[in-house]
Design a protein around this ligand. Structure first.
Ligand code: PLP
Length: 493
């Protein structure tokens, strides 16, 4: 399997090279030349555990990894770091199937891919980089940062630098990051929002002069953001896994169509669901759920992507994004690999702030349904699901649930539906408890963890327990224009 850029640079790469590089030389994203079909029936796959299934799926994309290399990565990723052997359980509640992707160390779905990416990089770089050291640059809207830090902390031959919007993440998210241990970890707040952080990181990747200076000191930059295919592909696994769990429990017949709802920001998670569908998983509708930053909702409904709008800070901060990076890959797929068009759209987005896809591409968007939830609706959905089934969901998952409700009301479609449950409610205690009752307003985020434990009978996850008492190790805050200077400072280049 070869990888090439969405923007036309014709050179082909093996997956190991694509994973190490992170982003293509022309600024495009790596895509596999084709999307492989599964060559076993769902019935045959039904009894695989998470690791076996992960190997089955990933091997199709990362076929330049030797069997023992890929298995080494998978074994180290999906182990006791997760608080359940099932890794990603499906919970049937309030008329939907919640795929709980938050049982990893940082209690958000980013762990699903970021627990394996460091190992994929380690194996790949041995072959690709020889004696160079990898510096992971990551922009985060809150969850990626911690998951990446956790994954890379103390991994030999790597350093990791995380930039987060100083005033755009929850208190728990911030504490998780600034208390990170490990000699190779650096966490920096920026005065700006997530898009600023992401643009800053992308600019550094594209700054030839800066990269040259780093290379001279034997550093190579790579990315832990979902622009890296080493993050995208591991996410395909759990859609299959969810489906197979439902088969096994006889909630569906093996082969029956399901719908999938994904609370979306950078379009990575839902793109993984799209890839699963293209591989042969019987998914009918892909329901893309947005919060008040509903640029994707508009795009799916009109074919116009327009980032010229106010950036809103919401109670689902990990989705506060106006430039959805991975959408570029979808454009590639729905244009049937028309790199010239993709490049033009991306240039328009950069220059004018908007683009309008052609009718043929619009047609191919019909697998998607765009929905969104306002803040008020998000609170309401948390309460609704809790009242229905004593099941507490976080704000991001609530946005997805809302979009699902709207979809059902609009279409009458009662296909069984999986909702990607992307974070534990313990990560967003303030907003989640506010949704349940305003009597909780008087407590702080950390006291609310105890209240949440009382309310649900679920123990505070290890990832956030006593987090307020940990020592703050990272205090740097910089202007968004100075991200490169901070990196230069760390690397002494
Ligand atoms: C990152 C994140 C999302 C958005 O996922 P994308 O892959 O960026 O679309 C949704 N919910 C939570 C909790 C997240 O951390």
């Amino acid at each position: 399997m070869y990888y090439k850029s969405t923007r036309g640079y014709s050179k082909k790469y093996l997956s190991k090279e694509a994973i190490v590089k992170g982003i293509a030389e022309d600024g495009g994203l790596f895509v596999s030349e084709c999307i492989p079909k599964i060559d076993k029936s769902l019935f045959e796959l039904k009894n695989m555990d998470y690791k076996q299934l992960a190997y089955f799926i990933m091997n199709k994309f990362f076929d330049d990894f030797k069997e023992e290399e890929l298995k080494y990565c998978i074994d180290r990723a999906y182990d006791e770091k997760f608080d359940t052997e099932i890794i990603a359980p499906v919970n049937k509640k309030a008329g939907a199937y919640f795929l709980e992707l938050y049982h990893g160390p940082t209690i958000a779905f980013k762990d699903m891919a970021l627990s394996i990416l460091p190992y994929l990089l380690k194996v790949a770089s041995k072959q690709v980089l020889e004696d160079k050291e990898i510096v992971i640059l990551t922009a985060t809207s809150g969850d990626t940062g911690k998951a990446a830090l956790e994954g890379f902390a103390n991994v030999e031959g790597t350093k990791i630098v995380v930039f987060f919007p100083e005033n755009g993440v929850s208190k728990v998210q911030k504490m998780q990051m600034v208390t990170q241990e490990g000699d190779n970890t650096y966490v920096i707040g920026i005065n700006g929002n997530f898009d600023d952080a992401q643009t800053g990181v992308k600019n550094i990747f594209n700054d030839k002069e800066f990269n040259k200076r780093a290379n001279e000191k034997k550093y190579v930059f790579s990315s832990a953001n979902s622009i890296n295919i080493g993050r995208l592909i591991p996410q395909v696994v759990y859609y299959f896994y969810a489906y197979l769990q439902m088969c096994k429990k006889e909630e569906i017949n093996c082969g029956e169509n399901i719908n999938v709802v994904v609370p979306t920001g950078n379009f990575g998670n839902i793109l993984a669901a799209y890839i699963a569908k293209e591989m042969g998983l019987p998914i009918d509708k892909l329901i893309c759920a947005s919060n008040d930053n509903n640029v994707l909702y508009d795009f799916i409904n009109t074919g116009v992507y327009d980032k010229r709008r106010e950036f809103v800070t919401t109670i689902s901060p990990s989705m506060d994004i106006l430039v959805s990076s991975n959408l570029e890959r979808l454009l590639y797929f729905i244009s049937e690999g028309n790199v010239k068009d993709v490049k033009e759209y991306m240039e328009l987005l950069n220059g004018e702030g908007h683009y309008n896809i052609n009718n043929q591409m619009k047609d191919r968007l019909k697998d998607f349904y765009g929905g969104f939830a306002s803040e008020e609706e998000t609170y309401k959905c948390i309460k609704e699901v809790f009242s229905a089934d004593n099941y507490l969901i976080d704000t991001h998952t609530a946005v997805a649930y809302c979009a699902y409700e709207k979809y059902k009301n609009e279409t009458g479609d009662n296909t069984k539906t999986v909702i990607a449950s992307t974070a534990s409610p313990f990560k967003f205690t303030r907003s989640v408890m506010k949704a349940i009752s305003n009597e909780y307003d008087k407590f702080d985020e950390f006291e609310l963890m105890d209240k949440m434990e009382e309310l649900t009978g679920i123990k505070i996850p290890n990832g956030v327990k006593d987090i307020d008492k940990k020592k703050i190790k990272h205090k740097t805050v910089c202007e968004k224009e100075n991200m490169d200077k901070e990196i230069a400072n760390i690397l002494n280049i």
